[in-house]
Design a protein around this ligand. Structure first.
Ligand SMILES: NC(=O)c1ccc[n+]([C@@H]2O[C@H](COP(=O)([O-])OP(=O)(O)OC[C@H]3O[C@@H](n4cnc5c(N)ncnc54)[C@H](OP(=O)(O)O)[C@@H]3O)[C@@H](O)[C@H]2O)c1
Length: 267
C-alpha cells in the first residue's frame, strides 16, 4: 500500500462543510489541523460549524461558494490565494442526489449533480494540485452506489462510479509524488442527503435491506480519515457496506441486472 497522509498540522479545504459528512470532517480534523477552509453555499450554516470548532486551536475560514458553477469554483481558488492558504489536504465532499426516474428528472437538477459530483471535484483537484505542499492528500467522497448501476438514482450512481474510478487512477499517478489519494464509499448515512435528493412531491428511495448498512456520519468520517492516513485507495465504511460492496463487485453482470430489475419491480 502507498504511504499514507499524516493529519498532524494539515491545512485542509473541505467542500460541503455546512452539514452532514462535511461538517463531521471539520469536527474530526479540528484537533489536528492548522487551518480548515469550510466551503458551501449557506453562510449561516458554515458559521455555525465554525462556532462549534471555536474551542480548537485551528484557524477556521469560511468560503461561501456555489461549486456547481464555474464562477463559484473560481471564487474558491481566489479565496485561497487572497488568504494565502496553501492546502495540503483537499476533501471533495460536496455532492447531491436525485430520487426518481431519469425521464422525469428536471434538467436543472441533473445538470447540478453532474456539475457538483463530477466537474467540481475534478476541476478543484486540478486547481489545488499546483498549490499543494507535500505530503499532500486528496480525499474524495464517493458512495456505495458507485459499485452498481442504480435505477431511479441513475445519474447519481454513475457520477459516483466516476469519482471512484478517477480517485483510484489518481492514487497511482500521485502516490510517487507524495500525494495520497483516497476515496470513501459510504452506504446510507443519516444526513441531509435524502431530504435534498427527494423531489418536490416525490417519494423516497427504495430502502429495502438498508438497515444493516446504515452507520453514523462519525463512523464514516473516522474510517475515511483512517484510510487516508494508511494510504488506502478506497474505503467502504462499516462491516455491512464492506461485505455488500464486495458482493456487488464480484457478482456476474447478468445476475446483477436480474436483481436490479426485480428490485425495481420490472420482472
Ligand atoms: N448520506 C448518505 O447516505 C451518503 C451516502 C453515500 C455518499 N454520500 C455522499 O456524501 C457527501 C456529503 O453528503 P451528505 O450525506 O453529508 O449530505 P448533506 O448533509 O446534504 O451535505 C451536502 C453538502 O454539500 C453542500 N453543497 C450542496 N450543493 C452545493 C453546491 N452547489 N456548492 C457547494 N456546496 C454544496 C451542502 O451545503 P450547502 O447546501 O450549504 O451548499 C452540504 O454542506 C456527498 O458527496 C454524498 O453524495 C452520502
Amino acid at each position: 500500500m502507498p504511504n499514507g497522509f499524516p493529519l498532524e498540522q494539515c491545512c485542509a479545504v473541505i467542500t460541503g462543510a455546512s452539514s452532514g459528512l462535511g461538517a463531521e470532517f471539520a469536527r474530526q480534523l479540528a484537533p489536528w489541523a492548522e487551518v480548515l477552509v469550510l466551503v458551501a453555499r449557506r453562510a449561516e450554516a458554515l458559521e455555525e460549524v465554525k462556532r462549534e470548532l471555536s474551542g480548537a486551536r485551528t484557524k477556521v475560514l469560511c468560503c461561501v461558494s456555489d461549486l456547481a458553477t464555474e464562477g463559484g469554483r473560481s471564487d474558491l481558488i481566489a479565496f485561497l490565494a487572497a488568504n494565502e492558504v496553501k492546502p495540503n489536504l483537499l476533501i471533495n465532499n460536496a455532492g447531491l442526489g436525485d430520487y426518481g426516474s431519469f425521464a422525469s428528472s428536471s434538467v436543472e437538477k441533473t445538470r447540478m449533480q453532474i456539475e457538483l459530483n463530477i466537474t467540481a471535484l475534478t476541476m478543484l483537484t486540478h486547481a489545488v494540485l499546483p498549490l499543494m505542499k507535500t505530503p499532500g492528500g486528496i480525499l474524495n467522497v464517493s458512495s456505495l452506489a458507485s459499485t452498481l448501476p442504480m435505477p431511479e438514482l441513475a445519474v447519481y450512481a454513475a457520477s459516483k462510479a466516476y469519482v471512484t474510478s478517477f480517485s483510484e487512477a489518481l492514487a497511482i499517478e500521485l502516490g510517487p509524488k507524495g500525494i495520497t489519494v483516497s476515496c470513501v464509499c459510504p452506504g446510507p448515512t443519516p444526513t441531509n442527503f435524502g431530504k435534498n435528493a427527494k423531489r418536490e412531491g416525490g417519494g423516497d428511495t427504495n430502502r429495502d435491506g438498508q438497515g444493516l448498512l446504515r452507520i453514523l456520519p462519525s463512523q464514516v468520517v473516522g474510517e475515511a480519515l483512517g484510510g487516508l492516513q494508511r494510504g488506502q485507495p478506497c474505503v467502504f465504511p462499516g462491516w455491512g457496506v464492506a461485505i455488500v460492496s464486495r458482493v456487488f463487485r464480484l457478482m456476474p453482470r447478468g445476475m446483477m441486472r436480474w436483481v436490479l430489475r426485480r428490485r425495481s419491480g420490472k420482472v
